[in-house]
Design a protein around this ligand. Structure first.
Ligand code: ACO
Length: 417
């Protein structure tokens, strides 16, 4: 088999995307507007195709993202996407060849991080990606579970009150207002992506009617006319002999303060003719868990979400801040990107950090995959050490580093890409 790996040309997009669709199991092309959305987002200089003669047999892309990290910086990160190999050409190293080329490219572009969401968790660890964020899913029995929103304030004229308003999600003014609420959250929550041009259309494209559910609906939370939160959801009606038992399929909910957040959740819980609120990916520390009467009937589950790989260890560790002061020598293993191998001294605190090569004796040993898992503060180094994935070589180094790497706000990736 002779195949050629090359950078994707715009004229090759159709067979390239068609190969991806096929590799994901369907003969059916994606709906036209979703295709158009992803066509518009394709960055040709950063996308790879593998060709066997005329046939596209491998695909991979890398969006130019900026990822929020602890401390609030937005760090350039390659958003690895559209990865596939034709079923006829699997397990012959084509994915490995694309990962090799891509990580070399990402390094040459000066991006310290690469991130992705994985179709299967088993695929990317070998290339140095660790699970950096988790998403919380819930299926809440709202016929039994009560949610009590916090008091909105005690102004006699009710001026602290949150008002809810139903709007069209595709109205440009609504989108701008929702984007502003999203943007305000990014720096404060590691793992979120600063919106790149064009990506503001994702919630609407991704929220198309599916599985008998309604079109996307949007409710704004406003205070003094200012939008302080919003939710996007679909309603899925269902009836049986006992009457209505519809479902609220929640896509998005963002709020700038607890009162707005509580008001939006309370609204979702109270929609007539529904008895379930279902959601697939909320932050692990989502406030609704602390407002409900019966968390057990919320059927909470956590799932791996964002995988992160430090492409340049030094630059990556310098790009974030640390919750508590840290001064530790890390021995990093990185067989796939050997330029990261070796010992690094990380010194940092809540204001900044330096991370430089050193000849000093290592104090903590770990692979780049564990560094990726711990990077956003969602996976503790202590937990990884408990699994034998991090080794403490100087007593006290583990506790010091683990506390420093942590994040009080759970890192979270709101959507796939
Ligand atoms: C970010 C994203 O886009 S995620 C989407 C990923 N794509 C998909 O899931 C679509 C369906 N699957 C595929 O297209 C292919 O099976 C791919 C892309 C996952 C793998 O492509 P291949 O060319 O077969 O991988 P390659 O031959 O380079 O395998 C490298 C190693 O990974 C292992 N591997 C590859 N895929 C898998 C998998 N799905 N599960 C477990 N191990 C895997 C191989 O066994 C091999 O291991 P080895 O080095 O120990 O022998």
């Amino acid at each position: 088999m002779t195949t050629e790996l090359r950078v994707l040309e715009p004229s090759e997009w159709e067979p390239w995307f068609g190969a991806l669709e096929l590799a994901f199991g369907g003969n059916d092309p994606w709906p036209g507007d979703e295709r158009a959305f992803f066509h518009g987002r394709t960055e040709f200089g950063r996308s790879l195709g593998v060709w066997d003669g005329e046939d596209c047999v491998g695909t991979a892309g890398a969006y130019s993202f900026r990822l929020s990290v602890p401390g609030g910086a937005l760090v350039p990160a390659a958003g690895v996407t559209m990865v596939s190999v034709a079923a006829t050409h699997r397990r012959r190293g084509i994915l490995t060849s694309m990962m090799r080329r891509q990580l070399d490219d990402v390094r040459s572009w000066g991006e310290p991080l690469a991130v992705l969401t994985a179709s299967e968790p088993a695929i990317y660890g070998r290339f140095g990606y660790g699970t950096a964020t988790q998403g919380l899913s819930a299926e809440i029995d709202t016929s039994r579970v009560r949610l009590t929103a916090p008091a909105t304030g005690d102004a006699a004229d009710g001026s602290h009150e949150v008002r809810l308003r139903r709007v069209r999600p595709d109205d440009p003014a609504v989108r701008d207002a929702c984007e502003a609420v999203y943007a305000a959250e990014v720096a404060g929550r590691p793992g979120m992506l600063a919106r790149q041009p064009g990506w503001e259309g994702l919630p609407v494209v991704g929220g198309k009617p599916k599985d008998g559910a309604s079109a996307l609906q949007c409710v704004l939370a406003e205070r003094h006319g200012e939008v302080v939160g919003f939710t996007l959801y679909r309603l899925k009606p269902q009836w049986d002999d006992a009457g209505p038992r519809g479902t609220v399929e929640l896509d998005d909910l963002y709020a700038r303060d607890p009162a707005a957040c509580g008001a939006l959740w309370e609204y979702l819980f109270g929609i007539d003719l529904t008895s379930t609120v279902r959601t697939g990916n909320r932050p692990p520390d989502d406030p609704f868990q602390y407002l409900v009467s019966d968390v057990r009937r919320c059927a909470l589950r956590v799932r791996d979400e964002l995988y992160l790989r430090p492409v340049e260890v030094g630059a990556a560790l310098e790009a974030r801040t640390y919750r508590t002061p840290v001064d530790v020598v890390l021995a990093v293993e990185d067989a796939f990107c050997p330029w990261n191998e070796g010992t690094w001294r990380l010194s940092g605190d809540s204001k900044g950090a330096s991370c430089e090569r050193t000849g000093d004796r290592p104090e903590l040993a770990l692979s780049v995959r564990e560094l990726g898992a711990a990077y956003l503060g969602g996976t503790s180094l202590t937990a990884l050490a408990g699994a034998g994935r991090v080794r403490e070589l100087r007593k006290g180094a583990l506790a010091e580093a683990s506390s420093a790497f942590g994040s009080d706000v759970a890192p979270w990736l709101p959507h796939g890409f």
